[in-house]
Design a protein around this ligand. Structure first.
Ligand code: IMP
Ligand code: MG
Length: 181
């Protein structure tokens, strides 16, 4: 589909599925290389947006690893509220572990900063950030973004797990807000 309507807005195709999978494979290759010798890293998937990325990424991981989830929310419609809410907390101890945060998108970085604080407080030995998408033009924090599968401009996108007001997560491609509404 070239153009979709979600709620009141039109979105146009931006990143087709094949390109997404290509980028996910490249990031998986880097993780397989970098974390090979590490004792059972924990992939921490940040719900809800990263569920598709997590599924595709983890299928390509070749070392033994643990997977766990946390649910956060910071967006209201197409704008970041700047406040990150924890809706479902960590259910597993990450003390002494290498934790790979799996995010759908790093935008202002508010979510990553909060997660970094939380994981440090809980005694993580090492924290890596792995995101499908990165908006460098919007990011103004100091936490290192270790793995970014793709960099994009500051536009609002949906699909492949990402939502606009809870809709649009099911699309296999990524769409961007169409300037022609
Ligand atoms: P940050 O805290 O500003 O970095 O934003 C992080 C969260 O906001 C992401 O994990 C997404 O869930 C959501 N978000 C940021 N940009 C977009 C977007 O363009 N579309 C949909 N959700 C987004
Ligand atoms: Mg997210």
């Amino acid at each position: 589909m070239e153009r979709i309507k979600i709620h009141d807005k039109f979105f146009k195709i931006f990143i087709p599925h094949e390109k997404i999978i290509e980028a996910v494979s490249k990031v998986a290759d880097r993780l397989n290389r970098d974390l090979k010798g590490v004792d059972t890293p924990v992939f921490l998937s940040v719900l809800s947006g990263s569920f598709m990325f997590t599924a595709d990424l983890l299928q390509k991981i070749e070392f033994q690893c643990d997977v766990t989830f946390i649910k956060l929310a910071s967006y209201n419609g197409t704008e970041s509220t700047g406040e990150v809410k924890q809706i479902m907390g960590l259910s597993k101890s990450i003390k002494g572990k290498t934790v790979v945060i799996v995010e759908d998108i790093v935008d202002t970085g508010g979510t990553i900063v909060e997660l970094d604080k939380l994981l440090r407080a809980q005694g993580a030995a090492d924290i890596k950030v792995c995101t499908l998408l990165f908006k460098p033009g919007s990011y103004d924090k100091n936490v290192k973004i270790d793995y970014a599968a793709m960099e994009i401009p500051n536009d609002f996108i949906v699909g492949y797990g990402l939502d606009y007001d809870q809709l649009g997560r099911q699309y296999k491609d990524i769409y961007v807000l169409d300037p022609q509404q």
